[in-house]
Design a protein around this ligand. Structure first.
Ligand code: NAI
Length: 480
């Protein structure tokens, strides 16, 4: 029986390994992590991450050919294939701070693999890493290996949170990069055989190591760029009376462009887009390509601009002051169907509103109060000026209440603001909400989920991103 061990039981390691175990009953999969609470949660009824469909898959395989353990060394030692799916955040200090990927976790995992291994192994980069990381990992492994042979593969993950299970079951492609030596090709074949249990052969792409590593950064940069492009258009739509939904539909009908990832919003979030673009920017700078670096930086600048623009629009509409006004925040996760709040635009929007002394009442169906309070009290990471981190004043968090119901959040509020596109926000009883709010009652829809005209008929003043502005909003122009 082939044995797989995955280091890192996070948003990628957990679901990816669950699907491998589910589709390959002849393979034993053990997911290991240094975090005791995380592994305990994977072994419990309450999994550590919310992902539609994940529960069922884990329950079907756990204890049969899928295991979760903190005994990292034992399971790495026993494995034929070791996936490394640890976190690779942006460095916040030192050389490359604000842009480069922090490979501390990766390096310590590689050193541990070299230390505990007693047999040859295939080591698979699952984490998103800078191009050429495999070379560094190879050096660590071979210099510490006591004669054991390691083959390094790059197998970046393209799943999206919220649809991870469907993405893993029906991937657009699986990408495997390896050395162009006979041993490298043999290792590629071994990993290909795992995916071939359920992925059609023509969808399993094989490349050299560097192409695979760079493809992941490139794919995320292209996806984020589409969002920043449509968001940049949304500002122009508001200025001209065009409707961004109509523009995006017309643009996306061009088969060379396609309709996906063209929804205007308050901005992209998630643990990957910003981090991976910054990493790409750093690699460009290190390779003497400042123009290319500048080009990609602009994608993040537009994202920051969009979040600022949204806050400014809110403040200016509400008579240029939100001091001590209650504002309901509906949605805090970075997208629907996940509880993940990493880099969620809600953090910047809420901090912007708190900076203007608003009182916030926040509701998200999947994010805990603890998480929200932690996110809002964390220092703001300024990627462009990483050495000048601004600590939040600890008192501001007292202006935040986290509630478990959209009606409670909006009661007596002056404005409500939708920051995550949860389906349930489309079907709320907005008449009831309106009746219980202060007047004039404002809706700021950062995800374009509500029908603006229906809400206007109830009596709300509505701002929807990139849509023609109400007369009220036109009279109160926001400066970005
Ligand atoms: P995560 O933070 O949810 O999980 C990483 C886990 O690794 C943590 O539980 C941590 O305790 C564990 N860990 C760190 N060092 C360890 C060590 N030495 N030994 C054992 N466990 C260790 O991160 P996530 O979101 O799963 O991301 C992992 C990688 O996958 C990142 O490089 C990310 O860029 C990439 N990725 C993430 C996607 C996402 O949607 N979250 C999608 C595609 C790629």
């Amino acid at each position: 029986m082939v044995k797989i061990c995955c280091i890192g039981a996070g948003y990628v390691g957990g679901p990816t390994m669950a699907i491998i175990a589910y589709k390959c009953p002849d393979i034993e999969v053990v997911v290991v992590d240094i975090s005791l609470p995380r592994i305990a949660a994977w072994n419990s009824e309450q999994l550590p991450i919310y992902e539609p469909g994940l529960d069922g898959v884990v329950k079907q395989c756990r204890g049969k050919n899928l295991f979760f353990s903190t005994d990292v060394e034992k399971h790495v030692c026993e494995a034929d294939i070791v996936f490394v799916s640890v976190n690779t955040p942006t460095k916040t200090r030192g050389l490359g701070a604000g842009k480069a990927a922090d490979l501390t976790y990766w390096e310590s995992a590689a050193r541990m693999i070299a230390d505990v291994s007693k047999s040859s192994k295939i080591v698979v980069e699952k984490s998103t890493v800078p191009v050429k990381t495999a070379e560094a990992i190879e050096k660590i492994l071979t210099h510490n290996s006591k004669g054991i042979k390691f083959q390094i593969l790059s197998n970046p993950e393209f799943l999206a949170e919220g649809t991870a299970i469907q993405d893993l079951l029906n991937p657009d492609r699986v990408l495997i990069g390896g050395r162009e030596t006979p041993e490298g090709q043999e290792a590629i074949k071994a990993l290909k055989d795992v995916y071939a249990h359920w992925v059609p052969e023509e969808q399993i792409l094989t490349t050299n190591l560097w192409s695979a590593e760079l493809s992941k950064l490139a794919a995320n940069a292209f996806l984020a760029q589409r969002i920043s492009s449509v968001n940049a258009m949304s500002a122009l739509c508001e200025a001209t009376g065009a409707d961004v939904t109509q523009v995006a539909y017309a643009v996306g009908k061009d088969s060379r462009i396609g309709p996906k990832f063209l929804n205007a919003s308050v901005g992209f979030g998630g643990s990957c887009f910003q981090k991976d673009i910054l990493n790409l920017v750093y690699i460009c700078e290190c390779n003497g390509l400042p123009e290319v670096a500048e080009y990609w930086k602009q994608v993040i600048r537009i994202n920051d601009y969009q979040k600022n623009r949204f806050v400014n629009r809110m403040v200016s509409s509400m008579f240029n002051t939100i001091s001590n006004k209650k504002i309901a925040i509906l949605g805090f996760a970075f997208k629907k169907d996940t509880g993940d709040t990493r880099e969620t635009p809600a953090i910047d929007v809420c901090k912007g509103l708190l900076g203007d002394k608003a009182r916030l009442s926040i509701y998200d169906p999947q994010v805990t109060e603890d998480q929200i309070q932690r996110d809002l009290s964390m220092k703001k990471f300024d990627w462009d000026h990483p050495l000048h981190l601004q600590p939040m004043s600890p008192t501001t968090v007292k202006q935040v209440a986290v509630v478990w119901d959209a009606y409670e959040a909006t009661k007596d509020a002056h404005g409500l603001c939708i920051l995550t596109e949860w389906d349930e926000f489309k079907t709320l009883d907005y008449k009831r909400i309106y009746d219980n709010m202060q007047k004039p009652a404002f809706v700021f829809d950062g995800r374009n989920v509500v029908n603006g005209d229906e809400l206007r008929n109830i009596g709300f003043i509505v701002y929807s991103i990139g849509k023609p502005l109400d007369a009220w909003l036109k009279d109160m122009p926001a400066v970005a």
